[in-house]
Design a protein around this ligand. Structure first.
Ligand code: ZN
Length: 329
């Protein structure tokens, strides 16, 4: 069966071709200045497109992005581009020469002082390698690197949580940071379990259905790219990555209205700097999710797609990230 690539038309289910997604990813790439997570998502999209034959050299694109960001003076995001590539490659094939070289560059400060986000990333790779002392050292650095007030606090807290887990694993007595993590967990633990449940539980994930998405895109609420098809493709790529790599395996998707999405976006924005807003956001989400219709992800390949297109999953969002010829993806 042909995969439709290069035909220049619309594929099965009216979906764009890989080349359309690649052009969109290019556009998104040009808007990235300050968001390390956007770098990671862009690389995910490139890799998903490589699987479809739509992007032969994702790592080369990431190199180009890194250079442009460095030229623009966005040093810590340029550093994130290197680290995103190292993290993904390490997850796929382990510590090869490319990963080792990327890590060494970040650790040596080739792209400037290591940001809190990236110190956390370096720690993750070493922890997965089993180099626990070295991982701990990098978690420690993430904590001292972060500004305690302001926008880095969330990143710092995430690093502190992983650090506390590793310290428990090594058998170290809790220190002040670990105590702080424990107090925060006591305060927010119930809510956190919703989004980061134990293995086998389903993660609640708010999303917008296809019928609502154009309005959400017009309102600028669909994230970088702001385009309906691109949004669904990115979500699918991200969830699949998560599922393969020890994150959330199964999800219950909770459809939101544009008004709810707008409110949530405001709370997310505020919650970066504000613990109370973070709590308000979690309570708002918990309220939304309670008793709401849910969509199981991933659906059966033969079943209806989660996005609400009415098409078969295998012909819809699954098809945007998995090659449809030449065996299972
Ligand atoms: Zn779909």
């Amino acid at each position: 069966m042909g995969d439709g690539i290069g035909t220049g038309g619309r594929g099965v289910g009216g979906l764009p071709e890989p080349g359309d997604f690649l052009r969109k990813a290019d556009e998104v790439e040009r808007t990235i200045r300050s968001d390390p997570a956007a770098v990671f998502h862009t690389l995910l999209v490139y890799r998903a497109l490589r699987e479809q034959g739509g992007c032969p050299d994702p790592d080369g694109r990431m190199r180009g992005l890194r250079e442009r960001l460095a030229d623009d003076g966005a040093v810590s995001v340029a550093q994130s581009a290197v680290l995103a590539r190292a993290l993904m490659t390490h997850q796929e094939v382990g510590m090869g020469p490319q990963v080792a070289a990327d890590l060494a560059d970040v650790e040596a400060g080739v792209y400037g002082p290591v940001s809190v986000h990236n110190a956390h990333g370096v720690a993750i790779v070493w922890e997965r390698e089993g180099a626990l002392e070295r991982a701990l050292d990098w978690y420690d650095r993430a904590l001292v690197t972060a500004q305690v007030d302001g926008r880095e606090e969330r990143l710092r807290n995430a690093a502190a949580e992983e650090r506390a887990k590793l310290r428990r694993r090594i058998g170290l007595e809790p220190d002040l940071h670990d105590e702080e993590v424990r107090r925060r967990e006591e305060e927010t633990g119930e809510l956190d379990r919703m989004y980061y449940p134990a293995d086998g539980e389903r993660t609640l994930t708010p999303f917008v259905r296809r019928d609502v998405a154009p309005e959400a895109a017009d309102a600028g609420l669909l994230g970088p790219g702001g385009d309906t098809d691109f949004y669904f493709m990115q979500q699918e790529a991200l969830w699949r990555w998560d599922r393969r790599n020890g994150g959330a395996h199964l999800r219950d998707l909770v459809p939101l209205s544009v008004a709810e999405l707008r409110h949530l976006a405001t709370l997310f924005e505020r919650s970066v700097d504000d613990d109370e807003a973070e709590c308000a956001r979690d309570l708002f989400l918990a309220g939304l999710c309670a008793g709401r219709e849910r969509v199981a992800w991933p659906p059966e390949e033969e079943g209806r797609c989660w996005c609400g297109s009415g098409d078969r999953y295998g012909d819809c969002c699954l098809r945007t990230v998995v090659r449809r010829s030449g065996g299972p993806g």
